[in-house]
Design a protein around this ligand. Structure first.
Ligand SMILES: C[S@@+](CC[C@H](N)C(=O)[O-])C[C@H]1O[C@@H](n2cnc3c(N)ncnc32)[C@H](O)[C@@H]1O
Length: 366
């Protein structure tokens, strides 16, 4: 479980994970810089060395590169960007410091723009020390652990209490499938493995998140989204967490760009490819997006969704994009099942949350 990742090159799945981390930083940094917050923070609690054996950048260097892309705006808006990297292994931490130093030597503008702190602590200690800073500002938190241990309630539920934090966890979810019943595992994260095993193995990361949601307080605003990453026989995954719909929409856009069929995995998790095949003995199965659109259609026809605000929130809640909902709404208008003003049903974050432009869907009486 505690293999030294940096002694070998990053594999394809690790790169996919790092790209998702990086894509989210690319969306997050400008959003908060342009917002004009005086201080914003990024935390990478399991930062590694900076590069793999072949010089491919790891999460900390990718964060610095994304900062570099926004350097003009950071200076212009006078935003103080505080960056915290932590790595427990002393040798790796030394290497991390060297990697960051080299980067900042070549990019002196980044050195001037950010306040970088590198620590060499056990996550448990580091998280407790930095939690007040996480809570005090808009924060982006990366928890790229090996294994599952740091998904324990004591960390997750602390993150739940923060209102301005977006986080990305990495979890080796298939370990739960194999070892979830063992006492050593249960001392870290308790899951109902009987429940989880009711679903096939490929859904283990999704099942894990379904169960984590039940641990959150009933009135929690925190939304958790999975992205499963298959690596050989193992299923790992990212858990994205945030309480603001803008954050959820940004993450989901990244996830759907990565996989336009399911928006949730680096493989065909719902076996959508099989759903094309004709089977004379069973009714045709809908592919993932079509099945969401069918649910939306039913809700509109029953009157439980009657405007773009409700349609957008329904889409986000089910981990789909406003565009998936809009496509169905336009189809329903064409079929003369509903009517609304204008050409577009305006199921986007900007129209719903920023411009607050309400579009009502009227059912057409036959
Ligand atoms: C999956 S790797 C992170 C890789 C890194 N994000 C990158 O892109 O290179 C996990 C890292 O966490 C470190 N680590 C292991 N246990 C830790 C602990 N208790 N606290 C902090 N870091 C720890 C490991 O040494 C390892 O470098």
């Amino acid at each position: 479980m505690s293999k030294n990742l940096h002694e070998k090159p990053f594999d394809e799945t690790t790169i996919a994970k790092l790209e998702i981390f990086e894509d989210y930083a690319q969306a997050w940094i400008p959003a908060f810089v342009m917002w004009g917050e005086p201080v914003i923070c990024i935390f990478d609690f399991f930062a590694g060395t900076g590069f793999d054996k072949n010089g491919v950048p790891g999460s900390p260097i990718r964060i610095l590169k994304k900062t570099k892309e926004q350097i003009g705006h950071i200076f212009q808006k006078k935003v103080q960007l505080k960056v915290f990297f932590n790595e427990f292994d002393p040798k790796k931490c030394e290497q991390l410091s060297r990697s960051c130093d080299d980067f900042l030597k070549t990019h002196s503008d980044v050195r001037r723009a950010i306040e970088l702190k590198i620590s060499n602590e056990d996550f448990d200690v580091c998280f407790e020390r930095l939690l007040p800073t996480i809570k005090a500002h808009s924060s982006l938190v990366y928890l790229d652990q090996n294994g599952i241990r740091f998904l324990a309630d004591k960390y997750l539920l602390e993150l739940e209490k923060t209102t301005r934090t977006d986080f990305l966890y990495f979890v080796s979810s298939s370990y739960f499938w194999r070892f979830g019943e063992k006492e050593e595992f249960k001392s870290h994260v308790i899951l109902d493995m009987e429940e989880a095993k009711k679903n096939p193995y490929q859904f283990i990361h999704r099942s894990l998140i379904t169960q984590l949601r039940t641990k959150l307080p009933l009135d929690s605003k925190l939304k958790l989204y999975p992205f499963s990453l298959k690596k050989g026989a193992n299923i790992h995954g990212i858990i994205f967490g945030a309480s603001h719909p803008r954050a959820a929409e940004k993450f989901l856009s990244i996830a759907w760009k990565r996989n336009e069929i399911n928006g949730e995995a680096n493989f065909d998790i719902d076996e959508d490819h099989k759903k094309n095949q004709l089977n004379f003995f069973e009714p045709p199965q809908l592919k993932k997006i079509a099945s969401f659109q069918q649910r939306l259609r039913e809700k509109i026809l029953s009157g439980s969704i009657s405007n773009n605000f409700e349609a957008f929130n329904f889409a986000l809640g089910e981990a789909y994009l406003g565009s998936h909902a809009a496509e169905e709404l336009k189809k329903m208008k064409k079929e003369k099942l509903i009517d609304y003003d204008g050409l577009s049903p305006l199921v986007t974050y900007v129209n719903v949350y920023q411009k607050e432009r309400l579009v009502t869907f009227k059912l057409v009486k036959k």
